[in-house]
Design a protein around this ligand. Sequence first.
Ligand code: 5SP
Length: 227
Amino acid sequence: MAQINPSILSADFARLAEEARAVEGADWLHVDVMDNHFVPNLTLGVPVVEALARATETPIDCHLMIEEPDRWAPRYVEAGAGSVTFHVEAAAAPVRLAREIRAKGARASMALKPATPIEPYEDLLPELDMLLIMTVEPGFGGQAFLDIMLPKIRRTRELISKHGLELWLQVDGGVSAETIERCADAGADVFVAGSAVYGTDDPAAAVRMLRHQADEATASAGWACAH
Ligand SMILES: O=C(CO)[C@@H](O)[C@H](O)COP(=O)(O)O
């Protein structure tokens, strides 16, 4: 079944605990950490992730858009994140970092910005639990989905199949009722959605609707999710 991870970046930051609970039933709560260096925006850090982990039963999927992830990612596992994503463009030693995240008890995930190809990282895939393909330039919610990322999603799904991996394939940016089916058809199985969930009157219903759309598209495409 497709996983839907609402992005807290599109929530009301003055009511974070309430907004986190508004999407219980989602698979993971996606938490965007931005440092104003790796991306031109500043959001939240370790203490807020700790507070969110206490506030909701939904596991935390932490996306680090920061410099020096080798130094910081382990702190987010300690803060309670069940999955930690670092950007390969920022990591000094991605294999060592993925192993450290796993050793500390979280799922290890690596993200690629739109201009970063997957092919140089084929040999790293067995070290990961999830690969995140950004479908917008990281930094802000509410941007338009980049259709030109669909071939990269498709090629990544082929690599996952070729190596027989159970790696999850996440997409993030501009995912909505209008775009989720194309992502699922191309091979994504984990979908981050910010404005398409928190921009509605009923975030929990939006999660269910997106999941249904993704599942239908995956079934027609004929490949099976690893979860
Ligand atoms: O990482 C990011 C942005 O850099 C995302 O997680 C956004 O928060 C997604 O928001 P929408 O594009 O779905 O509104």
